[in-house]
Write a protein that binds this ligand. Structure first.
Ligand code: C5P
Length: 226
């Protein structure tokens, strides 16, 4: 039987790009479609986990039969995850969280006026994984993604920095940009553990690499529980 340790586990997967308001009609977001997170939710459900998908801006349909909750901005997502923390066994952060948000949100629609340029001041968003990674974890498993345009060793070294900063149990590294990473495309994930050691890789459809990710999570749960 595949991934027996996931059966009955309370699994949260975040998906899509966060949406940071500028004014009542405008937002800052990114090219994440939500596809990888949605595949992870479907495969986790098929493995017998109790799944909640927390989604921001997505451009594909939500999967049928899976509990789904909307969180718009990075800060909304963090509050929701903090509220869920005690009742979560596994959190997979597949969402593309905006690093920055507009410093001020206009209460009225901004007018274009006469000026040829507009400067938006941005402030740093909280790092959700790093924030949650500091909480007492028990047997919980925290999984992060690293979407990098760098290749090979350079990408691995960026991923290792991310593991250390965010204190995740598992990091999935994937290449993005120029047709790679976004939407219904083949994906390749490299898996790194808490120490930044390369555990393995998986290549194929987003469903295929999702199965491989759950196998890694299954093995980590087995290790923690033993
Ligand atoms: O720091 P970077 O965005 O490259 O790290 C990617 C991983 O960290 C993803 O799992 C993403 O969901 C998560 N993240 C986060 N909070 C942020 C930015 C990214 O949890 N503010």
């Amino acid at each position: 039987e595949a991934c027996p340790k996931l059966k009955g586990k309370r699994v949260i997967i975040t998906a899509g790009g966060t949406s940071e308001p500028i004014d009542p009609v405008r937002v800052l977001t990114n090219l994440s479609t939500g596809t990888q997170g949605i595949e992870l939710a479907k495969t986790a459900k098929a493995l017998g986990a109790e799944v909640e998908l927390i989604y921001s801006t997505i451009s594909v349909p939500l999967p049928a039969g899976i509990k789904a909750t909307y969180a718009g901005s990075a800060r909304d997502l963090l509050s929701l995850l903090e509220a869920r923390w005690d009742q979560t066994d596994v959190l997979v952060m597949a969402a593309a969280v905006a690093d920055w948000r507009p410093a001020e949100v206009a209460t009225q629609k901004m007018k274009k006026g006469q000026a040829d340029t507009l400067t938006l001041e941005l402030v740093r968003n909280p790092d959700i994984l790093a924030t949650l990674g500091k909480k007492p974890r028990g047997n919980k498993i925290l999984v992060g993604f690293a979407a990098e345009t760098a290749q090979g060793e350079a990408a691995l070294s960026l991923a290792r920095e991310k593991v250390a900063k965010k204190r995740v149990d598992l990091l999935a590294l994937n290449q993005v940009g120029s047709g790679k990473g976004f939407g219904n495309v083949e994906n390749q994930l490299f898996f790194l553990d808490f120490n930044g050691q390369l555990l393995g890789q998986s290549q194929g459809s987003k469903a295929t690499v999702s199965q491989a990710l759950w196998q890694q999570v299954n093995d980590l749960i087995a290790e923690k529980e033993s």
